[in-house]
Write a protein that binds this ligand. Sequence first.
Ligand SMILES: Nc1ncnc2c1ncn2[C@@H]1O[C@H](COP(=O)(O)OP(=O)(O)OP(=O)(O)O)[C@@H](O)[C@H]1O
Length: 257
Amino acid sequence: MESKANAVLLQAQQLTYGYGKQQVLNGVSLDIRAGEVLALLGPNGTGKSTLLKLLLGLYPPASGEVTLADKPLTQMTRREIAGHIAYVPQHHISPFPYTVRQVVSMGRYHSGGVFGRMSERDGELVAKVLIRLKIEHLAERRYTEISGGEQQLALVCRALVQGAKILMLDEPASALDFGHQARLLAQLRQLAEDGYAVVMTTHHPHHARMIAHRAVMLKSGLVMANGAPAEILTPAAIQQLYDLSAQELAAFTRGVA
Ligand SMILES: Nc1ncnc2c1ncn2[C@@H]1O[C@H](COP(=O)(O)OP(=O)(O)OP(=O)(O)O)[C@@H](O)[C@H]1O
């Protein structure tokens, strides 16, 4: 697959999706490009996680399509998709008390590696990624016994060892302390600079401003704006996106400042 800077890796066209009678996405189109962090913003329940699941091929769109190098995801196997797209969910409950190293190693599964059959190279890759995200000290701890934030970092490691060039993260910083947020966001930016396409949902416009090359504002199942964060994340647009009055926004941003 082509991964030149700014090459379109994944394309979503006119996606619609709903649950039962509830229509959630009403015609969403966007491109995901190599070398870019794309931040997806929108109010609670607006369909950000649902959109990620369509972009990952986990849900088939009701209409429209998602294509990877011009091939619809609906015509690809999960294993094939996993070679290109890695997912960091908001929550993940491990049914078994695996160690962090084992959970991270599961990222190699699609390429044939399973616990007993991990190659030496797989093992080295896992160790390298644990160091990169600064959680190597957790490697032998049980995943079920570490904190939510530590679990999120382990899941990012699992996505990285997968070797996919498109990373999709659902609110990756939501459970992280200030230091880990700063480190993770810097890592995501670096990954884009290394040629990855990074897509993350976030509730923090300032996170988008800090690291994203592009922001997509999703409201009522439609793309309200799509562009450079500095250009589109204006106070007026943020007010509109989250239904805030000028006073509410001013009071909140004064507090944040
Ligand atoms: N499995 C499901 N079955 C039925 N309805 C669902 C399901 N998943 C999500 N929904 C509904 O679809 C809408 C969009 O949900 P989604 O989780 O995509 O929103 P979101 O923008 O990611 O929200 P948040 O910011 O709160 O995480 C919500 O109204 C939600 O209740």
